[in-house]
Design a protein around this ligand. Structure first.
Ligand code: TTP
Ligand code: MG
Length: 356
């Protein structure tokens, strides 16, 4: 029997906006919106004072200013956010090396083997929150549970400045009441499909057999089957252990024309670059995966001596790799891009990334 794990998920509160309010006392206690500039800019995030107006991330700035005309609008200062992110990461690493960052403001920690506070994950989470506040003057919310799926949901339960624990006893009940859209990996498309199948909550999901779920969702069906029971075996993968980072897409219809394939690669490269940056990693090897309409799959890789971090670095290589497949003459159903040979970006890497 596998040992019960102790997982903490930490997520900073209104991260970009909180940094701005910390650094500009005039913004404190006011609706503050951080984002791009109109007409095309979108909201990165907003302070909690702006949330009752219905403003949220990814909303066009134009719409946010209609909802909350009195808000203060500022553009992001990524250097400041990156610095705060490095400070919180150092705090995580002072408790355990098993830290998996998801973005600048969010990480999973596996504290199963932490001896501090007699191994109490709840007390460790409190201590982390306290240290974060002392070091950065920012608040974080923590979720504590026995797997990643539940720890992440828990951190959202008591925001801002929250601490919420889902115990092994409480896990199944918590999941039963959960909206299906809140399950890890269920995006809008899968949510709609679940609804069509009559699955609206965790309790509905639990009534479905493994066979039914695998038939409807393929391999991830097994993940949903476990998740409905509060089970999630995904390990916390420390960023230095991560082998590769990738993104892929399956087309609704098979694609033959090169411009469409290249446009798709550009989008995937952008996604991979974004996750590399969020996790502060760089890689040396780039791999293109191509699955033809008949499901035969090939991969083509190229290794560089310099670090790969940006989509503009990836694109020439991907174009070259695509030319080494039969894409175009054979219809393609799936394309994937991944970067491997990863290593953490250090401070100097970040600097050259900003100015280079
Ligand atoms: P989140 O943790 O999703 O949001 P948040 O920290 O602002 O608020 P919450 O208290 O609800 O956690 O994202 C972290 C930061 O990432 C956020 O401050 C800004 C940035 N971000 C974007 O730039 N665009 C987006 O669409 C999202 C979701 C976040
Ligand atoms: Mg956050």
């Amino acid at each position: 029997m596998q040992r019960q794990r102790k997982i903490i998920h930490i997520d900073m509160d209104a991260f970009f906006a909180s940094v701005e309010q910390r650094d500009h006392p005039a913004y404190r206690g006011k609706p503050l919106i951080v984002g791009g500039t109109p007409p095309r800019g979108v909201v990165s995030t907003c302070s909690y004072e702006a949330r009752p107006y219905g403003v949220h991330s990814a909303m066009p700035i134009v719409q946010a200013s209609r909802l909350c005309p009195d808000a203060i609008f500022v553009t992001p200062r990524f250097d400041a956010y990156r610095q705060a992110s490095e400070e919180i990461r150092a705090i995580f690493l002072s408790f355990t090396s098993l830290v998996e960052p998801l973005s600048l403001d969010e990480a999973y920690l596996d504290v199963t083997d932490c001896s501090e506070f007699r191994g109490s994950a709840t007390l460790i989470a409190k201590a982390i929150k306290r240290r974060i506040h002392r070091k950065t003057a920012l608040t974080a919310s923590a979720g504590v549970s026995y797997n990643k799926f539940l720890a992440k949901l828990a951190s959202d339960m008591d925001k801002p400045d929250g601490l919420y624990v889902i115990t092994p006893r409480g896990g199944a009940d918590f999941v039963a009441k959960l909206d299906i859209g809140k399950f890890h990996g269920v995006g809008p498309a899968t949510e709609a499909k679940m609804h069509r199948l009559g699955i609206h909550t965790g309790a509905d999901l639990r009534k479905r057999s493994l066979a039914e779920l695998t038939q409807a969702f393929g391999k991830v069906g097994a993940y949903y089957f476990d998740a409905a029971r509060g089970i999630d075996h995904r390990p916390v993968v420390a960023s230095h252990e991560r082998k590769s980072l990738g993104a892929e897409t399956t087309f609704e219809r098979n694609i033959r024309d090169a411009p469409t394939l290249l446009a798709c690669l550009e989008r995937l490269a952008g996604e991979v670059a974004q996750s590399l940056s969020a996790k502060q990693l760089a890689g040396k090897t780039i791999t293109l995966k191509c699955k033809y309409a008949d499901f035969e799959q090939v991969t083509r890789s190229q290794t560089f001596s310099c670090d790969i971090r940006s989509a503009s670095q990836m694109m020439p290589a991907l174009e070259h790799l695509l030319a080494r497949t039969e894409a175009g003459s054979r219809p393609v159903r799936l394309l994937g891009v991944s970067v491997s040979n990863l290593k953490p970006l250090n401070q100097s890497g970040l600097q050259s990334g900003l100015f280079g």
